[in-house]
Ligand binder design. Structure first.
Ligand code: KIV
Ligand code: NA
Length: 263
């Protein structure tokens, strides 16, 4: 199978074909997801919670993300690999660059970072130096203590307008993809229509260019509180392969996310 690249994602967006993305943290699941046609694999800093049992993503280090990225890269043939820059790893453009190089050398094809306008210079610094960037707006878990919990974002007119302006700034700075987390479906739709780059939603409604879920949520193995946008794709399936395939099919045919998963 052909490698998924940024032009592949843009072609999907142009054709109205939904993009499939899942988090992944090891080689065996990477191989399985790759075989099932998951187009983007994210080594999310969610690994701190789902793999290591932390209460938030804040304790995650660049070395940890790099370790899991290398494992995922070894298991993958086609998928585009995105690695999270963790909390504290991108306070300045130079720090971001040094840490992003670590993740790219571990096997990532793109790095992801959380935040809006304040990151524009950093995104430009990285993309000018051949590091593709995925931006992340809405509920940004690294800001949990500033947000006062894991809450839906962009519910007021002001915050929705700010999110749209941040999205445009990330695109103008060179971001290739934008993840939108926990925002009203209407805002997810508006941001997707506003931008020329693909959007990937998690709790951002059915109109984003693609969808992402944390693999432990999709398989129903995460013991924590289940967010509204989560669906356990193991329900009614007898194998992990079948659950992943069902997720891919449901994103492609638009049946996931359903109304019950949206804000
Ligand atoms: O770390 C992660 O898993 C993420 C996704 C929820 C987008 O950032
Ligand atoms: Na993350």
């Amino acid at each position: 199978t052909k490698a998924v690249t940024i032009p592949t994602l843009n072609a999907h967006r142009a054709a109205g074909e939904k993009i499939t993305m899942l988090t992944c943290y090891d080689a065996s699941f990477a191989s399985l997801m790759d075989r099932c046609g998951v187009e983007m694999l994210l080594i999310g800093d969610s690994l701190g919670m789902v793999c290591n049992g932390h209460q938030s993503t804040l304790p995650v280090t660049v070395a940890e993300v790099a370790y899991h990225t290398a494992a995922v890269a070894r298991g993958t043939k086609s998928a585009l690999i995105v690695a999270d820059l963790p909390f504290g790893a991108y306070g300045t453009p130079e720090t971001a660059y040094a840490n992003a190089v670590q993740l790219m050398q571990a096997g990532a094809h793109m790095v992801k970072l959380e935040g809006g306008a304040w990151l524009a210079d950093t995104v430009r610094f990285l993309t000018e130096r051949a590091i593709p960037v995925c931006a992340h707006l809405g509920l940004t878990p690294q800001s949990v203590h500033q947000l006062g919990g894991y809450k839906v974002q962009g519910k007021t007119t002001e915050s929705a307008e700010l999110l749209k302006s941040d999205a445009l700034k990330m695109q103008a700075a060179g971001a290739s993809v934008l993840v939108l987390e926990a925002i009203p479906s209407q805002l997810g739709k508006e941001v997707t229509e506003l931008l020329a780059i693909p959007t990937i939603g998690i709790g951002a409604g059915p109109d984003c260019s693609g969808q992402v879920l944390v693999m432990h949520d999709l398989l129903g193995v995460f013991p924590g509180r289940k967010a509204r946008f989560v669906k356990n794709f193991m329900d009614g399936q007898t194998s992990i392969d079948a659950a992943i395939a069902a997720y891919v099919a449901a994103v492609k045919d638009g049946s996931f996310p359903a109304l019950e998963h949206c804000f």
